[in-house]
Write a protein that binds this ligand. Structure first.
Ligand SMILES: Cc1cc2nc3c(=O)[nH]c(=O)nc-3n(C[C@H](O)[C@H](O)[C@H](O)COP(=O)(O)OP(=O)(O)OC[C@H]3O[C@@H](n4cnc5c(N)ncnc54)[C@H](O)[C@@H]3O)c2cc1C
Length: 453
């Protein structure tokens, strides 16, 4: 009998692993179990489906199931939910629409993703309250918008999904409120960058910063009353839909029950090859920890590239070519109406201190193109370093153009463990339509290096 590799979860991490394992080992028996009806879908595109940039939900499917089955010889089973892992006898209990089956494995990958966090808010499950996590949740939101034409929405949470959804819902011509518990939206990007975002989105939405939602009530007029603040009688928002975008948590219930070790972040702990404390069981993607490039410690950074890349590395190992997992800088970019907002590494002083660094931060204003060149737009960059080692810790940036890819310069420097001086000395491309002669990243490094010395 050929060795059997079973994957739980049929999206970024799971299918990257299955595909790579097949490429490395044509003889492996590969089974992917997905609890839902969708596989290989781009969750990152969901806000743009709701906004209308993407017409059909099906367009977000990167590779159809048929291709996995026919071309990659992967036994892909939809609507198969794993309900139990028994590491002792390498057995899985799997629930389908009409039966419960047992399935054994030789190697197992847990790539169950994450679930949307639902804060403790009274009546959070009322009709008209949504989360955006997967294809079906996106479809429900779009159907509600099409069928009921709500005039107003309240978004609970000012993280990147909250920001993307504010833009998406604004195209439906609604009054939008964003309620954020922390002092700023996109809080981990640092206050200088977050304040620019806030000033910009005030043109399109009403912000309620440093406020929590206590309860959601249904009113006689079929509206939702969102009660903000600790006490009764504080702010009340009358709204017609609520989106809960209050963060996510790793989906680890199966792993926990099977005795698989979780890390301090609450996600599944793995070694450098993605293997858990149970030999032969691996974990990757939004359910697992990664190693942070800056701290060298385990962290929880649920983003798409790491899920794909780590799934691929594990698939390679299981296919016979041992491959370690790349470390992760947490590089992220989000479009917020007209703005590009990006971050990499540690961009917040407090977080840097928590990790034991002695941080220093500068913020500079520059431009996306030479000042005299038509269309040049402002760019603001915050750059952080450690005073003791003079090494870069991270950056965040904001502007109308040229931010999304500039952040990658800093991400690259972080991977190379650059000092600020090494970043300052990079030989970056220059021509007036693309940047000033001192690219904004170089200017930021120059200023920070000046402070350090
Ligand atoms: C709205 C939105 C926007 C995003 N935008 C970005 C972005 O711009 N950039 C970025 O880097 N990242 C973004 N992300 C995050 C990115 O989508 C995730 O990091 C990525 O999808 C993680 O892949 P994964 O395979 O680990 O998990 P998932 O994609 O969540 O897949 C996990 C799969 O496991 C299945 N599953 C769970 N439990 C079981 C079980 N017991 N049995 C069988 N199957 C099971 C689930 O049904 C699911 O299909 C976004 C996410 C969302 C929701």
């Amino acid at each position: 009998m050929n060795e059997r590799f079973v994957v739980i979860g049929g999206d970024a991490a799971g299918l990257s692993a299955a595909s790579k394992a097949r490429r490395e080992n044509p003889d492996l028996q590969i089974i992917v179990l997905e609890k839902g009806p969708w596989v290989s879908y781009a969750a990152c595109g969901l806000p743009y489906y709701i906004k209308g940039n993407v017409s059909n939900l099906e367009d977000l499917v990167a590779i159809p199931p048929k291709k996995f089955r026919q071309e990659r010889k992967i036994d892909l089973r939809l609507n198969h939910e794993v309900t139990k892992i028994e590491p002792k006898n390498k057995n899985l209990t799997v629930k389908t629409a009409d039966k419960v089956i047992n399935l054994t494995y030789d190697k197992l990958l847990i790539s169950t993703g994450a679930k949307a966090l639902k804060p403790r808010i009274e009546r959070i499950d009322s009709p008209g309250v949504f989360v955006l996590r997967d294809m079906d949740s996106a479809r429900k939101i779009k159907e509600y918008l099409e069928n009921y034409s709500p005039q107003s929405a309240s978004i609970i949470g000012g993280g990147y999904i909250g920001m993307e959804m504010a833009e998406a819902l604004s195209t439906w011509e609604m009054n939008i409120h964003i309620i954020e518990l922390l002092p700023h939206v996109l809080n981990s990007f640092g206050p200088e960058i977050a304040e620019v975002v806030e000033n910009h989105i005030k043109n399109y939405t009403t912000l309620h910063l440093g406020k929590s939602v206590r309860s959601i009530q249904t009113t006689d007029e079929k509206k939702l009353s969102v009660q903000i603040g600790d006490k009764k009688g504080e702010d009340e928002l009358l709204t017609e839909m609520v989106l809960v975008a209050a963060g996510i948590a790793p989906e680890v219930a199966l792993a926990k029950e099977a005795g698989i070790q979780l890390g301090q972040t609450g996600a599944i702990a793995t070694d450098e090859y993605g293997q858990t404390n149970v030999p032969g069981i691996y974990a990757a993607g939004d359910c697992a920890e990664v190693t942070h490039v800056v701290t060298g410690k385990p962290d929880y950074i649920p983003l798409a590239l790491a899920a794909n890349r780590h799934g691929r590395a594990i698939g390679s190992t299981i296919g016979g070519k041992t491959t370690s997992l790349a470390w992760v800088a947490g590089t992220a970019v989000v479009k917020v109406f007209q703005l590009e907002v990006a971050t990499t590494g540690i961009a917040d002083m407090e977080i840097a201190r928590e990790h034991g660094f002695n941080p220093i931060k500068i913020t500079i204003d520059s431009h996306s193109r030479a000042g005299y060149y038509p269309g040049s737009k402002p760019i603001k960059i915050s750059l952080l370093a450690d005073r003791d080692t003079k090494k870069l810790l991270g950056a965040s940036m904001i502007g109308e153009e040229g931010v999304a890819k500039r952040i990658d310069i800093v991400a690259t420097a972080l991977s190379g463990k650059f000092t600020v001086e090494q970043l300052e000395n990079l030989d970056l491309a220059y021509a007036p339509p693309f940047s000033p002669v001192w690219d904004p990243v170089l200017t930021a490094a120059k200023v920070l290096n000046g402070k350090l010395s």
